[in-house]
Ligand binder design. Structure first.
Ligand code: NAD
Ligand code: TYD
Length: 357
């Protein structure tokens, strides 16, 4: 058995980061230091089950705080930094791009710079084995037409939303830190994730909550836009593979091989809920309400994940329909979690994004 790893994870209290933290503690026997600012989408309840685990440490802070990060690095001497921290929601970036620049661009750049400074002090063997893995999105590649080939690692960047522009910028900084300074950087670009613990501003949990409450389900435009859905556990497995065997300076695309239109996704959730919880509002498809489209709405995302499949022997394991059924059940079974996240910030967001739509 190899040496136990210590990972400094940023944004580990969010949807994907918390899945990675739980998996790394459970499956890899890793020690985790989780640096998180606890913004509206960062939720300590996501990690309640490991709060008292001696291998788990939480630090409340910002990736843009160089002094704090420097201290954490010197104290814990991590084997890898995995950067999940971000402002992550397209609609919020349309309402106000500024926090996206602050965290995704400036924050990532400060984090990279602080890690570089510390990395340069390491003895050669430790420095060589160290990895900085930056988690990004397929949205940096822009929008596909219905018959275009899926995004590969060499598809040119063409971000269309303030969110994807800020993520593209952070990817460029991560790449530049490898090319310019030799920091051992890896970048992953993944498609839309789904699964437990996702903040219900994103399509799938929002629709589950609306359909359960018997409220109108807002579908932007005609619901024809297509996303490639990746289960969050599959995503975290892929990240673990890239950390272990990815070639430094490389990017890896991670996709779910599950392209669906938004309307297909919404109708499937309605059918699943009608089956599990029949009620007066069934069939819940009648709750679907087509609302004003998102400005600059990317039509289609699709990932070609041949590179990670070939180089690192990873492939998505989840079938979309059963993964979605499992996800719906998770939301039904975790009523305390749901009650907590539907507090003030969630309600404010519903009001500002949907009332005038
Ligand atoms: P999330 O919004 O659920 O979580 C983000 C986390 O980052 C939260 O815990 C938040 O408190 C923390 N955070 C925000 N600003 C911070 C700062 N300045 N310093 C420290 N912590 C901060 O997002 P997610 O869905 O878990 O996404 C994680 C990463 O994966 C992001 O980088 C996102 O761009 C990327 N991604 C997400 C998806 C998806 O479908 N959710 C798809 C592709 C890529
Ligand atoms: P979202 O979950 O916000 O992820 P992203 O914009 O990063 O792909 O949205 C997924 C798709 O669902 C996207 O095409 C926009 C659409 N959508 C709706 O139709 N209604 C909604 O209320 C939301 C939040 C999204």
């Amino acid at each position: 058995m190899g040496k136990r790893k210590l990972y400094l994870v940023t944004g580990g209290a969010g949807f994907i980061g918390s899945c990675f933290v739980l998996r790394a503690l459970r499956q890899d026997g890793a020690t985790i230091v989780n640096l998180d600012k606890l913004t509206y989408s960062g939720n300590p309840a996501n990690l309640r089950e490991v709060e008292n685990n001696p291998d788990y440490h939480f630090a409340h802070g910002d990736i843009g705080d160089a002094a704090m990060i420097g201290k954490l690095l010197r104290e814990h001497q991590p084997d890898a930094v995995i950067n999940f921290a971000a402002e992550s929601h397209v609609d919020r970036s349309i309402a106000d791009p500024t926090p996206f620049v602050e965290t995704n661009v400036t924050g990532t750049c400060v984090l990279l710079g602080t890690v570089l400074e510390w990395w340069r002090t390491l003895e050669p063997a430790k420095a060589q084995d160290f990895r900085f893995l930056h988690v990004s999105t397929d949205e940096v590649f822009g929008s596909l037409g219905p018959n275009d080939p899926a995004f590969t690692e060499s598809t040119p960047y063409a971000p269309n939303s303030p969110y994807s522009a800020s993520k593209a910028s952070s990817d460029h900084f991560a790449r530049a830190f490898y090319e310019t300074y030799g920091l051992p950087v890896l970048i992953t670009n993944c498609s839309n994730n789904y699964g437990p613990r996702q903040f219900p501003e994103k399509l799938i949990p929002l629709v589950i909550l609306k359909a359960l409450a018997g409220q109108e389900i807002p579908v932007y435009g005609k619901g024809e836009n297509i996303r490639d859905w990746l289960h969050v556990e599959d995503h975290c497995d892929a990240i673990a593979r890239v950390l272990e065997g990815g070639r430094i300076g490389q990017t890896y695309n991670i996709g779910g091989r599950s392209e669906r239109s938004n309307l297909q996704v919404v109708e499937t959730i309605c059918e699943l809920l009608d089956g599990i919880r029949p009620g007066p509002k069934a069939p819940r498809k009648q709750l679907i309400n087509f609302v004003k489209d998102r400005p600059g709405h990317d039509f289609r995302y699709a990932i070609n994940c041949a590179k990670i499949e070939k180089e690192l022997d990873w492939t998505p394991k989840y079938d979309f329909r059963s993964g979605l059924a499992e996800t719906v059940r998770w939301y039904l079974d975790n009523t305390d979690w749901l009650a907590e996240v539907q507090s003030g910030e969630y309600r404010n967001w519903l009001k500002s994004n949907y009332d005038e739509r």
